[in-house]
Design a protein around this ligand. Sequence first.
Ligand SMILES: Nc1nc2c(ncn2[C@@H]2O[C@H](COP(=O)(O)OP(=O)(O)OP(=O)(O)O)[C@@H](O)[C@H]2O)c(=O)[nH]1
Ligand SMILES: [Mg+2]
Length: 241
Amino acid sequence: MGEEATASSLDEALPASAAFADAGAWAQALEQGRWLFAQPCTFVMGCVGMDRLPQHPLVEVAFAGRSNVGKSSLVNALTGRKTLARASNTPGRTQELNFFRLGPQADETAGLMMVDLPGYGFARAPRDQVARWNRLVMAYLQGRSPLRRVCLLIDSRHGLKANDREVMTMLDTAAVNYQVILTKADKLGPTQARATHAAVAAEVSRRVAAHPDVLLTSADKGLGVPELRAQLAALAGLRVA
Ligand SMILES: Nc1nc2c(ncn2[C@@H]2O[C@H](COP(=O)(O)OP(=O)(O)OP(=O)(O)O)[C@@H](O)[C@H]2O)c(=O)[nH]1
Ligand SMILES: [Mg+2]
């Protein structure tokens, strides 16, 4: 993983964040994000059904998206750990709902529960197994009460696809808050990245349950990672210790 850069160093046209009142509030959120994601992060459990999901007092955030979009890699980049979540080039690597607790050891009520989900769409696995993962992911996304935000990952080279739009519609209908995160930005030039970002942001702005900020990220280069940490720390409602 390379040195981290803020999104503005690649693309100065991207606003810092539309969701924060001013530059001071955004700077504070960045610091809270840095602090939170420097806390210990531990694997809690993997779940293959809705009946055994963990109970906890934390804000829960899930990472969803098509197979191979970079969900597990982004969880690793956020936490600065290369192998916390298993990533691979084979679509269908993540096969369970994997729960990770991030937060100070001394206070079990502070922090964030992050859930790395199996991908939807194509995966190199038997068809009935893929159908089972899809059903599980959709049931989780619609029916999980501690879930406060879905980070919906989209490959920046491909933009929104039909099944991404189906998931967005499902989340809009279920009134589940989601934020679109463009991944693998290191594979695009700045002009192309800016164009994709603008197109996706325009479409997302018409969605009722979508967060106004569309983030451009690279798990490989760390691009946009401090910004996403800031957004998630703000959601967790943490104060820097
Ligand atoms: N260049 C580049 N490659 C990335 C980036 N993020 C992920 N990848 C690669 O994309 C592939 C898939 O990454 P994963 O993190 O396993 O994707 P996933 O969405 O968790 O995949 P499933 O669990 O199979 O749904 C791996 O080969 C990663 O190394 C990135 O920011 N830049
Ligand atoms: Mg994965």
